[in-house]
Write a protein that binds this ligand. Structure first.
Ligand SMILES: CC(C)(COP(=O)(O)OP(=O)(O)OC[C@H]1O[C@@H](n2cnc3c(N)ncnc32)[C@H](O)[C@@H]1OP(=O)(O)O)[C@@H](O)C(=O)NCCC(=O)NCCS
Length: 338
């Protein structure tokens, strides 16, 4: 084997290499989630459209023109975390324990240094292999996240109906649904709700709260449209017009059957009134009414986020995948072992 590691240049690669990358992604995705239909070429192309806020650096490990491994590093351009990157390293199931993962770590560190990143958050499904792999690089497991799945056909529609309206003093609360861009008058609400997501548990991860400006939210909305996502949001505001809560779902045009639910958040001064359940139930009714092609929702939560997990469990989400998050301070790395 002659291993070469280099950047994958999204706009400049041959169709053969793109097809091989697709083959690689399908094989590794299947290992993690056999229920998910194989990724289409269109979906992979849309994943590769660069994000100005979390720009992607994709490295491929090649044996002649066959992709044996990848490292995807997302470079955070939000103010507080410009020294950080998020990394996913994957090696083809038939090419493991041959040192490819280790070579990808080295190449990723060189890229991160070039970009003056000093701390990397490493994300992989939690398994004996990934635990051993990151331990061999001197990294500690900092957080465990559950990815849960809900089959919408199996959800109890009566239970969902009983969640509408919340519980207690929610009279006059108003629900605002939007697709794509959030209406301009609610942009400040969205910023406040995004800022509040900093109280989601971080466990042992060293990370500054990310703060989004209105312009960055608009950039992100435009990117989602270019990537082929329908982005549905539900906001709740109180009778004085103040933000209360948010939930959002992303539906890809090539892959609507398994869609994902992103942030669900209720501001701390409005908790305990079952607004989180109301948001989830309203999203359920909205999808059932006009997106019957959405069969499943996936969502991620820190294992320590009890209240969110309780709502999800009651609705019918059940965990199907456990993610591990490790962190690497580049300066303190065991480069000798690498
Ligand atoms: C974790 C992973 C990247 C390791 O890749 P790899 O090329 O096999 O790793 P290497 O051969 O470079 O191994 C480096 C060291 O990691 C450790 N390691 C790797 N695999 C291990 C395993 N199965 N058990 C225990 N330790 C392991 C060892 O210390 C190894 O050194 P050694 O072989 O000299 O003992 C690979 O197993 C993988 O891709 N797993 C699936 C990950 C995934 O996340 N898929 C979906 C992405 S969304």
């Amino acid at each position: 084997m002659t291993l070469q590691i280099r950047r994958f240049l999204e706009d400049n690669e041959s169709s053969e290499l793109f097809a091989d990358l697709l083959r690689f992604v399908r094989a590794t995705d299947f290992e993690v989630d056999p229920e998910h239909p194989p990724k289409t070429a269109g979906r992979l192309r849309s994943d590769l459209i660069d994000d100005p806020i979390f720009s992607r650096r994709l490295l491929v490990a090649l044996d002649s023109n066959t992709v044996l491994g990848t490292s995807t590093m997302f470079l955070n351009h939000l103010k507080a975390n410009r020294d950080k990157g998020e990394v996913i390293i994957t090696v083809h199931p038939q090419a493991r324990r041959e040192g490819i993962g280790r070579a990808l770590i080295q190449a990723t560190i060189a890229e991160a240094k070039q970009d003056e990143r000093s701390s990397l958050l490493l994300i992989n499904p939690l398994s004996e292999a990934t635990k051993g792999f990151w331990a061999s690089a001197g990294c500690k497991l900092r957080q465990v996240e559950k990815e849960s799945r809900c089959h919408l056909d199996a959800v109890d529609a009566n239970l969902m109906a009983s969640w509408i309206g919340g519980h207690g003093p929610t009279v006059g609360y108003q629900l605002i649904r939007s697709i794509g861009a959030c209406p301009e008058e609610f942009l400040p609400h969205l910023i406040a709700l995004r800022d509040a997501s900093i109280d989601a548990p971080l466990d042992d991860i060293e990370w500054e709260p990310d703060q989004w400006s209105g312009a960055q939210i608009r950039q992100n909305e435009a990117l989602n449209i270019r990537r082929g996502f329908e982005h549905r949001r539900i906001l709740i505001v109180d009778p004085d017009g103040n933000p209360v809560g948010l939930t959002e779902v992303f539906i890809h045009e090539d892959d609507p059957a398994i869609s994902s639910q992103g942030w669900t958040i209720v501001l701390s001064n409005h908790r305990g009134k079952k607004v989180g359940r109301w948001l989830k139930a309203d999203m359920y009714h909205w999808l059932r009414a006009d997106r019957p092609d959405v069969l499943v929702l996936d969502t991620e939560n820190a294992e320590s986020n009890g209240p969110m997990l309780d709502i999800n469990n009651d609705m019918g989400f059940s965990p199907f995948l456990t993610w591990g998050l490790w962190q690497m301070e580049i300066a303190g790395l065991k480069t000798r072992a690498m």
